[in-house]
Design a protein around this ligand. Structure first.
Ligand code: CO
Length: 295
């Protein structure tokens, strides 16, 4: 074989070309798939939020199959009885494997990285450890509230829901889920401060966790508002929104406000129904560099 002398530049270019030739077919053949993971809901009226999220992801990732998983086994069982089948995280991964997907984007539809998110992450990692060769990469998209930008985007989206309807001096009380044994609490604190900075008549409290309805009462006292708008700070306007927030039971937020002689105005819009919120989820799915296969 004749020795062909190469300059350093020419050999670099040759190497680059060779790398491209090898990498291009592999890139082109790579099929991506999405696994959207939500807590789930069995309340039919809460479905629009999840349907809107589904549409948003299908539009943003037109070439990727979209598979759903619900983390709540109680909700999955309830739906199964009605003939609606939605699997868990494992079933979702198996479905994407059946569809011959190479790269999986798992997108958490949780609000904060609390209990549900951690459990999902553990499930994913343990499944991948048992099936290391099924996919080439599995990216995990973080939940809704991770960064200051997320908090600001969500804040704008949330305030837009009552824009033009809420008059000056009227309070907006948001009901988040929260967690009784911490973890998500500090994220709620960050969101609370972003909200109150943007609108000093907006208050975020939670069903569980350290910021309960007493926070709404305190805000009512300082603002002297007589009209209190009530909005869920959860992805769907499901059971908590319809019962604990706006329900007729004496301990719902609406009933407690009414008992004070004030006017509650429930807006049963789940976060997933707000375009600005959906955009954050899509951004997280796109930006995720957290490959669970690289450990
Ligand atoms: Co709950």
């Amino acid at each position: 074989m004749r020795y062909i002398p190469t300059t350093p530049l020419r050999s670099t270019l040759l190497a680059l070309l060779l790398t491209l030739c090898l990498a291009l077919p592999a890139l082109a053949a790579q099929k991506e798939g999405l696994l959207l993971v939500a807590f789930g809901t069995s309340v039919p009226e809460a479905q629009p939020a999840l349907t809107a999220i589904d549409k948003e992801f299908k539009a943003a990732f037109p070439h990727s199959p979209v598979v759903w998983a619900y983390t709540s086994s109680i909700i999955r069982a309830k739906l199964e009885k009605r003939g609606v089948h939605i699997g868990d995280v494992t079933a979702g991964l198996e479905e994407l494997a059946r569809q011959k997907v190479d790269v999986v984007r798992v997108q958490s539809l949780h609000v904060v990285a609390g209990e549900e998110f951690s459990e999902m992450e553990r499930l994913l990692v343990s499944w991948l450890a048992r099936h290391p060769d099924t996919f080439k990469a599995v990216y995990l998209g973080r939940p809704l509230l991770e960064s200051r930008q997320d908090a600001e985007d969500v804040c704008r989206a949330v305030l837009s829901a009552t824009e033009g309807k809420r008059k000056p001096g009227e309070l907006l009380a948001l009901m988040g889920h929260g967690q009784s044994h911490g973890r998500g609490d500090m994220v709620i604190e960050g969101m609370r401060s972003t909200l109150s900075f943007a609108d000093n008549l907006a208050v975020l409290a939670t069903v569980e966790g350290s910021r309960g309805f007493d926070q709404v009462l305190a805000a009512i006292k300082t603002s002297r508002a007589s009209v209190i708008w009530l909005q869920p700070f959860m992805v769907v306007a499901g059971d908590h929104a319809r019962n604990d927030l706006a329900g007729d039971e004496p301990d719902s937020w609406a009933s407690q406000i009414r008992a004070l002689g004030l006017t509650p105005r429930p807006v049963l819009t789940g976060l997933g129904e707000l375009p600005g919120v959906r955009a954050v989820f899509v951004r997280h799915a796109r930006d995720s560099r957290d490959d669970l296969l690289k450990q």
